[in-house]
Design a protein around this ligand. Structure first.
Ligand code: SAM
Length: 204
């Protein structure tokens, strides 16, 4: 894991540190980029997509605050790095990726690493994944124009969603807490994600 990010982020979360330490990030990037895998950078993973910076993954997972046993939905499997970290928390992780080649590569690697608790879907995650809803936690790892209605519907009462919202280039990271029909949004800071492309996302 990247040294120094925890002090900078001000996160004291020993469980998250241990979970992130156990995931070998260099395996989730092309071997030509392996030397950069333990720097705090986002890196290309093909199909014009990126693996998120470790500090962003740490911040989002910390804010998501998953409990053991929560049912989690991840939108944007990408390299599978964030997926591996979430899989350390829950027996029931559902992950959706629109680019088939990325989903298949992530699935192959995660199975090779022994993760058996992840269910994969290739498709438009801006619509969520209705058949397994509701979810205790939802995490979106691509920038959305707004908190999508479908994802709100699929969040369990008492559940939490972390989602970057804004324009195509820059977003605000939002924490959305559901209580009955009320959705309370808290801004966590500026961020830059690749766009969430899809029916309730951006046009390609
Ligand atoms: N969390 C990933 C990781 O650790 O490698 C990084 C995700 S990358 C920043 C965002 C991902 O969201 C890309 O792989 C992209 O293809 C995917 N994406 C964009 N729009 C999507 C959609 N509507 N449904 C599912 N995945 C989507």
């Amino acid at each position: 894991m990247v040294n120094g990010i925890w002090n900078r982020l001000g996160i004291v979360n020993e469980e998250l540190k241990a979970v992130m330490l156990a995931v070998p990030r260099h395996l989730f990037v092309d071997s030509a980029l392996a030397a950069q895998a333990y720097t705090d950078k986002s890196l290309p993973i093909g199909a014009e997509q990126t693996i998120s910076q470790p500090s962003m993954v740490a911040m989002m997972t910390n804010a998501l605050a998953p409990n053991k046993g929560d049912k989690i939905l991840e939108i944007g499997t990408g390299s599978g790095y964030q997926t591996a970290i979430l899989a350390g928390y829950t027996p029931r992780l559902y992950t959706v990726e629109r680019v088939a080649a990325l989903s298949k590569r992530a699935q192959g690697l995660l199975e090779q690493l022994g993760y058996r608790n992840v269910i994969y879907k290739i498709g438009d995650g801006s619509l969520g994944w209705e058949s397994w809803a509701p979810y205790d936690r939802i995490i979106v790892t691509a920038g959305a124009p707004a908190v999508t209605a479908k994802l709100k519907q699929q969040l369990a009462d008492g559940g939490r969603m972390i989602i970057p919202c804004g324009d195509r280039e820059t977003q605000q990271l939002l924490c959305v807490d559901r209580s009955g029909d009320q959705f309370r949004e808290t801004e966590l800071g500026d961020c830059r994600f690749v766009p969430l492309l899809g029916k309730e996302g951006w046009e390609k």
